[in-house]
Design a binder for this molecule. Structure first.
Ligand SMILES: Cc1ncc(COP(=O)(O)O)c(C=O)c1O
Length: 417
């Protein structure tokens, strides 16, 4: 396998060059939002400098805007493995999911059911529980608390002929678990339900193929995969055409425009396309394929990212498990690392997660503490009342040296207990 060119990768991201008190900053906050390559910044600035306009006008900047937005839809389509008209942009995953759940809920009969999971971010729970106002019944699939994986038997038990939607995360933002999404989609369809996948946490770490998954909807957020703050939703064309979104009358009736309520974040979409181009270049540089389509380059990039991140995960998790007084939440055996992203959650005896995050933050190491909106999970694990978890979230721009710095810092604070 060709070596992963980490120096080239890091050189793309200007934010990584920052220092805190003379030490290089360590960005282990990726699940809350990743840093962006220079080309994303350039694309957004260029849009505002040279193309800034509303759409469908009879003049050049408007035409440029139309082209840039079309290119952004095509780029996300390559990322997800669908057609450009099946890509709906919006402000973020949460807003898109509320809009979709409202549209789906319009067709509900009292007693219709939905399934969500205790592993998920609340943005994949609250839009569905909102339908309780219409008489819907929401069921919760449980987890195995010992390794924070989804309890598939429990999920199967909740499914029944009244189930209309199964909403599941591709990967858990709090603990990194990757779900068997293809199997969940199969089960949902077997019961006659729609399958909705929240791929926000998964998208920076692994390849997505909506056709192979056969999911009905899948949503992601570009600020989690090296782009700006912009959300994108995939929907099967038949659903996007048939369902009735809440929209203004003069807005086009065709898909995806009918779902893209109001004026979109044009400069953001320019940035999304640039982030996807960055990933495609990473794929071309990985040496894993002869020059091919952008989709093939993206798949090669994810293969390279997965191999590299797996090495970092092994180093990180093996190191963490050796620290006395440290509790680890999630999949820990390297042989099962295809079931996790490089996002790990811990607690340490005698310290709140906030104290740990502050200690590390003071040493230039950025981690998150709390529930990160995966509040059902922190409640289920019994840690919500005592500050939640400390989340160490790696991306492919992190290094083994950074992992070692974190482990050394945690060992020092562990000894102070
Ligand atoms: C797994 C997951 N789903 C959904 C969201 C919400 O995404 P957005 O901020 O785009 O609304 C997040 C954000 O942290 C997330 O990690």
């Amino acid at each position: 396998m060709p070596a992963f060119d980490i120096d080239w990768v890091r050189a793309q991201f200007p934010a990584l060059w920052q220092e805190v008190d003379g030490q290089p900053a360590v960005f282990f906050d990726a699940p809350g939002g990743t840093q962006v390559p220079q080309r994303v910044i350039d694309a957004m600035r260029d849009y505002l400098a040279g193309s800034n306009s509303n759409t469908h006008g009879a003049f050049i900047t408007s035409r440029r805007s139309d082209e840039i937005l079309a290119a952004a839809h095509a780029a996300v389509a390559d990322l997800l493995g669908c057609d450009a008209d099946e890509v709906v942009f919006g402000p973020n995953m949460t807003t898109l999911t509320f809009a979709l759940s409202r549209a789906i809920g319009r067709e509900f009969q009292p007693g219709d059911e939905l399934i969500v999971t205790h592993l998920d971010h609340n943005a994949n729970i609250a839009p569905w529980t909102a339908l309780e106002e219409r008489g819907a019944v929401v069921r919760y699939a449980d987890i195995h608390p010992e390794d924070c994986t989804l309890n598939m038997e429990d999920l199967k038990r909740q499914l029944n002929p009244r189930t209309r939607v199964v909403a599941v995360g591709y990967a858990a933002n709090a603990v990194g678990t990757i779900n068997d999404v293809a199997e969940i989609v199969r089960l949902a369809h077997g019961a006659g339900a729609l399958a909705f996948v929240d791929a926000v946490h998964y998208a920076p770490h692994g390849p997505i193929d909506v056709r192979a998954l056969d999911c009905d909807f899948l949503v992601c957020s570009s600020y989690k995969f090296f782009g700006p703050h912009c959300g994108a939703l995939y929907g099967k064309r038949e659903h996007l055409e048939r369902l009735r979104p809440y929209k203004v009358r003069p807005a086009p009736e065709k898909t995806p425009d009918r779902w893209e309520t109001g004026t979109q974040n044009h400069e953001g979409q320019a940035g999304v396309a640039a982030a996807i181009d960055y990933l495609a270049e990473l794929g071309r540089r990985s040496g894993r394929l002869p020059a091919a389509s952008r989709r093939a380059q993206l798949l090669a990039a994810y293969e390279a990212i997965r191999d590299y991140e797996r090495g970092l995960s092994v180093r990180l998790i093996e190191g963490l498990l050796k620290i006395p007084g440290l509790a680890f939440y999630g999949v820990r055996e390297p042989a099962r690392f295809d079931q996790r992203t490089p996002t790990v959650a811990i607690r340490m005896e005698g310290r709140t997660p906030r104290e740990l995050a502050e200690y590390l933050g003071g040493r230039g190491i950025f981690t998150w503490d709390g529930n990160y909106y995966a509040i059902n999970l922190t409640e289920r694990l019994g840690v919500e009342a005592s500050g939640g978890l400390l989340r160490i979230g790696l991306a492919h721009y992190n290094t083994a040296g950074e992992v070692d710095r974190l482990l050394a810092a945690l060992k020092v604070i562990g000894r102070k207990n």
